[in-house]
Design a protein around this ligand. Structure first.
Ligand SMILES: Nc1ncnc2c1ncn2[C@@H]1O[C@H](COP(=O)(O)OP(=O)(O)OP(=O)(O)O)[C@@H](O)[C@H]1O
Ligand SMILES: [Mg+2]
Length: 254
């Protein structure tokens, strides 16, 4: 049974896709088999891995809407990093919300369809969109754990209440085992304020906060522009090491 991690935050640009690709690559470096699912119509994950979203005939849209008519393993593509596969996304996925919402059990679709995958993965990482709709709810229903990347900056905590409310609802109504972890990202260690937010998050969420803090560095956008993860672009960089430490924490969770 793979462990399923949803990466979610309705705030845009907080490092969801970067966390999905870099954490996934770090888990694979430890010898684990990883499947990444791009569940964002903007396809940030697919693009940052150097792939053209419009080049795929089958995407996460098909995976959600008509998995039973397909051999789901055909949707999975290797990305060139050993141990890592991807179900890519493109704009088709924007139509999935409206199509799913009319269906009975719409919120369990992703969970059910992930169950159709026959390849053996240790981890499935789901990269969510910057919104709290049908796609995010599906990822929360499917996951054992949700990772919430939060920028350590002013107002970073503001949107969290809304997300926490949805997580609580999912825990109550369909997925009681869903664990929650906060990942502090894009941290600027020089500023007093960022350091305050780091502490504030610890105070508010305690053991639900990963010890690893991801610092802000230009190397991350450089890596995604090169269509690689930082683990291969600059394998000894501080950012790469941080995601390896995060992978250790993730593995310790189960
Ligand atoms: N630690 C970091 N330091 C500096 N830049 C980063 C860091 N992590 C991610 N970035 C960059 O910030 C931008 C947004 O990151 P990313 O795409 O991972 O966020 P996202 O939450 O997935 O965004 P969206 O909500 O739009 O999908 C990208 O250009 C990415 O390369
Ligand atoms: Mg993204």
């Amino acid at each position: 049974m793979p462990r399923i991690l949803a990466i979610a935050n309705q705030k845009g640009g907080v490092g969801k896709s970067t966390t999905c690709s870099t954490l996934g690559a770090a888990l694979a470096e430890s010898g684990l088999q990883v499947l990444m699912v791009d569940l964002d119509p903007q396809a940030g994950l697919t693009v940052s891995l150097g792939l053209d979203p419009d080049s795929f005939e089958l995407t996460s849209y098909d995976f959600l809407i008509r998995a039973e008519t397909l051999t789901v393993d055909d949707l999975v593509i290797p990305i060139g990093t050993p141990g890592v596969d991807l179900i890519p996304a493109n704009l088709d996925l924007a139509g999935a919300e409206a199509e799913l919402i009319g269906e009975i059990g719409w919120d369990r679709t992703l969970k059910d369809n992930l169950g159709l995958i026959t390849r053996a993965y240790n981890y499935i990482l789901i990269d969510g969109p910057p919104s709290l709709g049908v796609l995010t709810t599906n990822s929360l229903m499917a996951a054992h754990q949700v990772i919430v990347p939060v920028q350590t900056e002013f107002l970073a905590l503001r949107g969290l209440t809304q997300l926490q409310r949805i997580i609580a609802k999912v825990q109550k109504k369909g997925n009681p085992g869903l664990a929650v972890k906060i990942l502090r990202t894009m941290h600027i260690s020089r500023t007093v304020h960022s350091t305050e937010v780091v502490t504030e998050l610890e105070r508010a969420f305690g053991a639900q906060v990963y010890e690893t803090v991801i610092k802000r560095t230009i190397k991350f956008p450089e890596a995604s522009r090169a269509g690689k993860t930082l683990l291969t672009l600059a394998r000894d960089s501080e950012g790469a090491q941080a995601y390896r430490r995060l992978a250790q924490e993730v593995m310790a969770d189960g």
